[in-house]
Design a protein around this ligand. Structure first.
Ligand code: ADP
Ligand code: MG
Ligand code: MG
Length: 942
């Protein structure tokens, strides 16, 4: 078998092959081929590294000879000789895998130094102190990395020498001190390894290459790859880059620096970076001297600056991406030592994407792909001013992004009251319940001490686009004292606090924030994304305000409008309660009749805002008792009422008793007399009794309605079938709202959606009701009302019966929140609060399935439902309206399984548009569905 080629000169290698050359090597090779001034050198491939491991950690046969040969060529190019005392050549030996793994291994600089070549270095740098400093660093690094001598042994020598010399910093040591340190280091190495420090440069080089290879399987590197999920497909083995040393410290015509081809903070198209005159690369990083901004070079080294400008243009023209590069100037000659794609913040990515398309450096597709959906998220929320330097008082979970300040308020009623006074509010609770919803409306943000990222507080806050920190367990709420406390701080109700839901942080006081903005550049990119994507994007919106906002953010309709949100409004709740508690059909009828115009006008507003686009309205879903006060609350009120009643009885007798009082007293008690008369009146009308009876009734009803598992109980379509009046009213309100707007000339596209359906019979039953109402309304208005009728798919049985369900539905919408609960048989709140964190920690589950769609289980069910649904109805529209609809990975999955649209919370719309475009563009890279097919990839091992 012929050995593969293990060693490539920079000019020989194919820079496109990062897997073989590593990222750094590929960059050096590319730059060499482009004609940029890279010091000569060569790359030992990752393949050699893999052979090293196959070969009992010995360099593969032939490698040493190849290195020798390349070395000769490099010597010729450099006009210097490796190991020569007169004109020595030195190398840096640098690791580099296909994916950058910072800190995995140190670079060995000045390899080739020994007692002899040291003299040469002193001569070429005319700096004895520098030469000894370089030698001692080399011995130490080489000793540690290649020979395995512990770093602290070297440190001890350094510390002792510094003490003797009375020096605080390394920089205070002079040449003689450093010379002495070198001597001691060499002795140390001999003592520890049993052999003298290798003076032969070729031996040094061989040992260094082996050491770089060994570092690939070092604990640090292995842990790093595990932590960042770097698989062998992404990076397999490290390459070794052997590069001629150049010196930036050879006088004032020498320098070293790092630069970006554009400003990574703003994206502005200018050379950006820092440099130091007469310095080595490490000095910039180590912060020994403060570097100057690169613009200063225009004056100080104008020729080099012009060269750097050319390099900048060349690099971008070649890589079609902003580059982050390292350079050194040796006696006026510029050398480029490294280049890689520049890391930028989201704002800079947006700006450069837009600019680079105008400059024809990249096309629109590439420009859209450069912006990652999760990076876009940074731009869409208020953030704490990055210049603010204070510390948080507590840290919880980053449950809903954004920053907000306000008065800490401990219950929803008070939050509403304070909010109405015009104050900003942060609702602070142990946990929240559906009945706290008015508190959410009144608040800028929500802070809870319990609950996970999908607790009620987190989900509702995300839906409203309000910041939320949940599970902030350090915080203790004392409802009696009306305060919340933490180790050494107390927040009294009404005190100002700030929360940062992007990072889970809580601060005392009002911290300055910066506003999100959808810049013109971002809008341009989102429009390009829209051109690319084929997956529709809709919003989950329950009010006309959020519908308007959704439209501005590019929604192509509403995928989920939850009618119960309207039931919870302050003016509706009492009527809703009447409807639920009504003892007779007539009474229920009256309550429902009162609700009808309210719902109709709600729908009208939403339809109007969304004219020309579809609006999916879900019929009532939650169990009815969610609209009622809790049994405990009622019992407590009843007890108080009874106390008042008995107090009344005592008061009645007071009038008589007063006759015995001093007449002077009696006069001043005239007022009491009045009160007593009133009380007697109340008693005669038996008002108190009536109130108590009513309270009793309510309590009885609430107890009747209590369920063991309400989320699996009397809700959704079950509710519609047992209380047909409610669904009937809602259907009527939808169709009447549509009819009125159609008459006004609007294009209205209502879609009626039934929740929790598990059998085709349920759907049929509701359909009959719809037909009946449709006839009535069409007759009344004298027009045809176009609408669609469909079902949520959120029950496992519905997935299995999708073929039948499709017969009675124009569309499906996956409710993946419930479907996930049903698939795992996890109750979400319990899972989040009790065992999910541990499951994630132990990797029993990779992700929280309520955040990241479980494609292997839930996704599989969705695929089955789609397959059977479309067998019945090839043009069946299918969407997803669970929280997952706004999550980039789930959006990619939704695209690949052929969904028609995703529906997400309003603030996430830009993310969904971008993610849908990414999904379309990535489709080219992979075979459809393969990635998700458990049969191809094996059933997950959990
Ligand atoms: P990293 O992977 O940490 O970026 P490098 O291999 O780029 O490590 O080396 C670190 C620093 O060492 C570089 O930034 C540069 O300043 C210096 N360096 C590396 N190779 C050379 C060389 N051939 N000549 C001069 N300086 C070098
Ligand atoms: Mg570097
Ligand atoms: Mg549901």
């Amino acid at each position: 078998m012929v050995n593969p080629k293990y060693v490539y000169l920079f000019e020989e290698a194919d820079g496109a092959n990062k897997n073989l050359l590593g990222g750094k090597g590929a960059g050096l090779a590319e730059m060499t081929r482009m004609g940029l001034p890279v010091p000569p050198g060569f790359i030992v491939t990752t393949e050699a590294c893999l052979h090293f491991y196959k070969n009992k950690k010995k360099l593969p046969k032939g490698l040493v000879e190849e290195v020798e040969a390349s070395l000769r060529t490099v010597e010729e190019k450099a006009g210097k000789k490796f190991g020569s005392a007169q004109n020595p050549l030195f190398f840096s030996v640098r690791s580099g895998a296909a994916i950058s793994m910072p800190g995995m291994m140190d670079t060995i600089l000045n390899l080739g130094l020994n007692d002899k070549t040291l003299e040469g270095l002193i001569r070429i740098t005319s700096d004895g102190r520098f030469a000894y400093d370089a030698y001692r660093r080399f011995i130490q690094l080489f000793g540690k990395i290649a020979l395995g001598v512990e770093e602290k042994e070297f440190d001890q020598i350094l510390i002792q020498t510094k003490e003797k010399a009375g020096a605080k910093e390394d920089t205070e040591l002079d040449g003689d001190h450093l010379k002495d340190i070198c001597r001691q280091y060499l002795r140390l190495i001999k003592k520890k390894t049993g052999t003298p420090f290798p003076q032969d440069p070729t031996v040094q080089l061989r040992l260094a290459i082996e050491a770089v290879f060994r570092s690939w399987m070092g604990k640090r590197a292995v842990d790093y790859r595990k932590e960042f999920n770097i698989t062998p497909e992404m990076a397999n083995g490290t390459a070794v880059n052997v590069c001629t040393m150049v010196f930036g410290n050879m006088g004032f015509d020498s320098a070293t620096g790092v630069a970006f081809t554009r400003d990574p903070g703003t994206g502005e198209n200018v050379l950006y970076g820092e440099y130091l005159v007469n310095a080595q690369g490490e000095d910039v990083v180590a912060g020994i001297r403060t570097p100057k901004p690169i613009q200063a070079m225009k004056k100080e080294m104008p020729k080099t600056y012009r060269e750097l400008e050319r390099v900048r243009k060349n690099l971008e023209g070649h890589f079609h991406e902003v580059q982050d590069f390292e350079f050194t100037v040796e006696k006026g000659t510029l050398y480029i030592l490294q280049t890689r794609n520049g890391k930028m913040n989201a704002q800079a990515i947006v700006r450069t994407s837009k600019d680079m398309v105008s400059e024809k450096l990249v096309n629109r597709e590439k420009a859209v792909l450069r912006l990652k959906p999760h990076e876009l998220e940074q731009l869409l929320h208020k953030r704490i001013d990055p210049n603010f330097k204070g510390k948080p008082i507590a840290v919880g979970l980053a449950a809903s992004p954004g920053a907000a300040s306000g008065k800490a308020i401990l219950d929803a009623d008070e939050a509403e009251r304070v909010g109405k006074l015009g104050h900003k509010v942060i609702l602070v609770r142990e946990e929240t319940k559906p009945e706290d919803i008015h508190g959410f409306f009144a608040s800028q943000g929500i802070l809870t001490t319990r609950g996970g990222k999908t607790s009620h507080a987190a989900v509702v806050a995300r839906g409203m686009g309000k910041p939320c920190v949940s599970g902030c367990e350090e915080l203790r709420i004392d409802p009696a004292k009306r305060e919340a406390s933490i180790k050494n701080a107390t927040v009294k109700e009404g005190d100002l606090i700030t929360i940062d839901g992007s990072r889970g942080e809580v601060y005392l006081g009002e911290i300055p924030t910066v506003d999100p903005e959808i810049s013109k550049d971002l809008l341009t990119i989102l429009n390009w994304a829209d051109e690319i994507r084929t997956l529709g994007v809709r919003a989950n919106a329950d009010t006309s305000e959020s519908a308007i906002r959704a439209r501005q953010l590019g929604a192509e309709g509403i995928g989920l409008c939850r009618t119960e949100r309207m039931f919870n409004a302050a003016d509706r709740l009492p009527v809703v309660r009447e409807m639920i508690l009504a003892g007779s059909k007539e009474k229920r009828g009256a309550a429902i009749a009162a609700l009808l115009p309210m719902q109709r006008s709600d729908f009208k507003e939403i339809f109007r805002a969304m004219a020309g686009l579809p609006v999916t309205i879900r019929l009532l879903d939650p169990p009815l008792h969610e609209f009622l006060p809790s049994a405990e609350e009622l019992a407590e009120e009843l007890r108080k009422l009874k106390e008042v009643e008995s107090a009344f009885s005592t008061m009645e007798n007071i009038s008589d008793a007063m006759k015995f009082l001093d007449p002077a007293f009696r006069e001043s008690l005239g007022l009491l007399d009045h009160v007593v008369t009133d009380i007697v009146e109340i008693k005669e009308k038996r008002l108190d009794r009536k109130l108590i009876r009513k309270q009793h009734d309510t309590l009885r009803k609430v107890k009747e309605m209590m369920e063991v598992n309400p989320m699996l109980g009397h809700r959704g379509v079950r509710l519609g079938i047992t209380y047909p009046e409610i669904y009937r009213m809602q259907i009527q309100a939808i169709l009447e709202a549509a009819a009125e707007l159609i008459k006004e000339g609007f294009d209205i596209q209502p879609e009626i959606m039934v929740p929790q359906v598990c059998t085709a019979q349920e759907l049929k039953w509701v359909w009959q009701l719809v037909l009946k109402v449709q006839k009535e309304v069409e007759k009344q208005y004298g027009i045809k009302i176009p609408f669609k009728f469909g079902t949520m798919i959120e029950v496992v049985r519905a997935c299995m019966r999708a073929g039948r369900l499709a017969e009675g539905a124009d569309f499906f919408s996956f409710g993946t929140n419930d479907l996930t609960q049903a698939t795992f048989s996890f109750s979400r709140e319990d899972a989040e609060n009790k065992f999910l964190p541990l499951y994630n920690q132990r990797k029993i589950l990779q992700d929280n399935p309520f955040e990241v769609l479980d494609v292997k289980g839930v996704g599989r069910l969705m695929m089955i439902a789609i397959e059977w649904g479309r067998k019945t109805k090839p043009d069946l529209k299918i969407g997803i309206c669970g929280e997952h609809g706004g999550h980039p990975e789930s959006i990619e999955f939704s695209h690949s399984i052929g969904l028609s649209y995703v529906s997400c919370s309003v603030p996430r719309l830009p993310i969904a548009r971008l993610a849908a475009a990414h999904a379309k563009l990535k489709e080219k890279e992979k075979k459809p569905l393969e990635k998700y097919d458990p049969d191809v990839f094996g059933i997950p091992s959990v």
